[in-house]
Design a protein around this ligand. Structure first.
Ligand code: DGP
Length: 114
């Protein structure tokens, strides 16, 4: 399966508040934010979960993380700090099966995996 809700956002079939885009990566505000800054940084290539990524995706995934860091800077939260999260499968809390990195910040974050 190569379609996901995020593929529809990439193709502009459904709207999103896009904050960053280049050839390989797109980033947009999470529809259900958990913090003042909550952005999803998404490779345009459809990869369902991090389990499905291969060594051929290493550079792309690095670009996703670097894009998240750049967005954190542009949002003014880089120095204060923030969190990057990739959920995987059911117990990891993944609900959209197209790899994405959550950029979360803008407040003091607790550390509680529950
Ligand atoms: P995860 O649970 O890690 O798979 O995160 C999926 C996130 O995607 C969740 O925080 C809510 C967000 N989300 C789901 N559907 C949409 C959508 O249509 N638009 C946007 N902007 N975010 C969405």
């Amino acid at each position: 399966m190569s379609e996901s809700i995020f593929t529809k956002i990439i193709k502009r079939e459904i709207p999103a508040n896009i904050v960053f885009e280049n050839e390989e990566v797109i980033a947009f505000e999470d529809i259900s934010p958990k913090a003042p800054v909550h952005i999803l940084v998404v490779p345009k290539k459809h990869i369902a979960t991090i389990n499905d990524a291969g060594v051929e995706d290493a550079e792309l995934l690095g670009k996703v993380i670097l894009a998240a860091a750049e967005i954190a800077k542009s949002k003014g939260i880089a120095e204060r700090g923030y969190r990057l999260v990739i959920n995987c499968n059911e117990e990891g809390g993944q609900s959209v099966f197209h790899i994405h990195c959550h950029l979360i910040g803008g407040k003091k974050l607790s550390w509680n995996p529950d």
